[in-house]
Design a protein around this ligand. Sequence first.
Ligand code: SF4
Length: 449
Amino acid sequence: MVSLSFINPLSEEGQRIVKEKGDLNSIFSINEDLIDIVTHDQRQNIDDDSLIPKSYGYLAIKRIQWFIERKNNKNFINDDYSYLLNDEIAEFDVISFHLISQAIATNFNLNSREVRLFVESQGKLVEERLIKLMPQERKEIVNKILIQLIFEENISWTFLKDLVASKKISLTDLVLSNGKIILNKEDFIDRFGDKFKDRAPDRMYEIIIGDSIKELILTTMIMQNTENYLQKIKDMSSTIEIHPAISELAEEITKTISELSSKYSEFHGPSGQESYMKIGKLIKDAFPPCITNTVEGVSSGGRNDAIVLLLTSFVSYARLYPAIFKNEGVDVKVSDIDPNLNITLNEILPLIYEAANNCSPPLFDDQPQEKINITSKLGFGMHNDPDIENEGETTWYTPMSCEKIKMHLPQLCRPDKTCEKIGNPLSYYSRSKWQMQKEEKTKQAKETK
Ligand code: SF4
């Protein structure tokens, strides 16, 4: 049977493996045993040497790389990472899990994209590893791990309240009876057996609860425990010296995530256009009339909303995440694209503050508290300045649509020809930027003839 620590690296078995075999001095040393397992995996693609992790450290990086590629790459090839679902790597995998935990917890904020990606990747690995098991083995493993995780037979939903509060699990996914979560077939039949007139209760158990809810709880609890583990390491890290190899691993993880983030933050131009654009410096000449009017300063009514709601959201998304409307439903934070907030502090905020100063009267002269509202609309809570520590306290406000602007700030909307083809200022910006690049290319082509 597959090792329990392959699914739950925080199990006692996992802790024992780390104690016995984890060695910080060998994080980046070539590990022939690992290479042997990976290259002998029947499905693994071995044509490209860069696909093979050769040390614990690179296995750790591959785990994150797998998750980002799998989520974003339309041409993702499972066989490039087949070994990650092969339980023969269990011991290596457990050690690499603990290494990433240390690297991430000691170098990044708990709200950071690195933490989020790691926790989500762990959840996805659990799901995929369970899917690969034979049905009977899958059932047994899930039951064993749930017993380890839960300790008692009847869990009250309050036991999972943190998971419900964080929206990782929904109460509607659970079957409750008098505040207790029903997971066992016997409990279900005992409690609800007489309610089904025309159907067998055990069949109804399979339909209503079955194994899917157990697996959902298991996966969610492992993700939550991973977060708790990171918090524990972070709390302890102030009293211990960080091993240089852990810092090196953290740097490699950041590099990998940044490269992949920029690779997948490309977005396609308006439909029918073949080329694509990457996020880049703000181009004021491509701003739509409503934004240009705001940047020049608002003197009539609506000054505060123009700066805090319209301009803040427009400038931040235009600079950091112009593909927002193409990727609706994807949860993105400013630090996912701007991890050190360099762009936010040096490009986005100066433009917003300059526009605030151009207003009549200047916005912060009579309402300095609006700085807090700007910070809040960027997702950094109710504070004077954005700080990575506060990210997630509020939500990154999405850009207003033309319809909303026309309704709330009609004095700023002075539509031109491009406005006829779009529904929000961000689309205007993308379209005009694309048009400008196209014109530039045509000009260059003419000049070289
Ligand atoms: S139509 Fe939209 S993009 Fe154009 S000026 Fe009005 S609000 Fe701005």
